[in-house]
Structures are given as structure tokens and as C-alpha cells.
Ligand binder design. Structure first.
Ligand code: ZN
Length: 166
């Protein structure tokens, strides 16, 4: 069946786009936001942000997903500055750089979300910050230039979110 592969006939003069090595996640999944759609905010990533998201998936999310064996839901990945502001994210949030993801187990129980947190630690994945958000309502994990390996717990104190080292 030589020559039956339609792809060979398309764009032969163009350089092949480097194949990303993401296995379980996609850039689309890492950038989609219902808030952005509702507010008509363009949350498209820059090339730099795409690179950061890819690194986060390759280094942390894919190995985690592989070990967990069940789907992981990304509730928030990249947030452009405007979207970040609308959702009340910190100005310095790693979400703005495409270096962080908020994740949940497909089963979405505190017990299962805790398993994700514990697996990230157990597998020695190279995270920068790992946060148990509000009793494992979700897990925030980041990967970037820094490797602080900070483990934190977010709790509400007088209506404000406070982070405690754990
Ligand atoms: Zn987050």
C-alpha cells in the first residue's frame, strides 16, 4: 500500500511540526476554560506557554496518570492574565505561565484526590509546588524552572486562603 498515506502528499515543503510527547493530555485540555468562553476571553497560549504546559505534562501529569491508572481531570491549566484576574488567581500564579494545573480524579472524591497528591510524592515527580487545596477538593501541581518541592495545604482563614507548609 505504498503511497496510500495521504499525509505524505501534504505540505512536503513544510518542516514537520515537532511531535509533542504528551500521552494522556493535550494543549487544548490544558488551556480550555468555561469562564474564558463565557467572558469571551482569548485564552490561547503563546509558544512559550505551550512549551511550559508540555513540560508539565511530560514531567508530572503523564507519569502520574500512568501510575494512577484512571483519568485525571484538569479543571484549570493555563490562564492568560485577564482570565487569571477574573477567577481571582494570584498575580504571580504559575497558571499564568502555563506551569501549573489544578487536577482531580475522575471520581472526584477527597480520598481519590489525595491519592493523586500522595502518588506525586511517592513517584518523586519533579514538581515545584504541590498543594492540597481545601481538604483535597482539588490538587494544584506546578513544574517550572525552580524545583522548590514545596508541599502546602490551602485552608480558609477568615475568608482568606492561607497556605501552610506540610
Ligand atoms: Zn492552581
Amino acid at each position: 500500500m505504498v503511497g496510500n498515506d495521504g499525509d505524505d502528499c501534504v505540505g512536503t515543503n513544510e518542516k514537520k511540526i515537532k511531535v509533542k510527547n504528551m500521552k494522556y493530555f493535550s494543549i487544548r485540555e490544558m488551556t480550555k476554560s468555561t469562564t474564558a468562553i463565557k467572558r469571551n476571553i482569548d485564552n490561547s497560549p503563546s509558544k512559550e506557554v505551550e512549551r511550559s504546559l508540555t513540560a508539565l505534562v511530560e514531567k508530572v501529569l503523564d507519569p502520574l496518570r500512568e501510575a494512577y491508572g484512571k483519568p485525571i481531570i484538569v479543571t484549570s491549566g493555563y490562564r492568560c492574565p485577564r482570565l487569571n484576574k477574573v477567577v481571582g488567581g494570584a498575580v504571580s500564579s504559575q497558571h499564568v505561565k502555563g506551569e501549573a494545573a489544578d487536577i482531580k480524579s475522575v471520581q472526584d472524591t477527597p480520598e481519590e484526590n489525595k491519592k493523586l497528591f500522595d502518588l506525586i510524592v511517592k513517584l518523586k515527580l519533579p514538581f515545584d509546588q504541590l498543594i492540597n487545596e481545601h481538604n483535597y477538593d482539588w490538587v494544584h501541581v506546578s513544574f517550572g524552572a525552580r524545583h522548590r518541592r514545596q508541599k502546602l495545604k490551602a485552608v480558609n482563614k477568615n475568608g482568606r486562603t492561607t497556605y501552610i507548609n506540610i
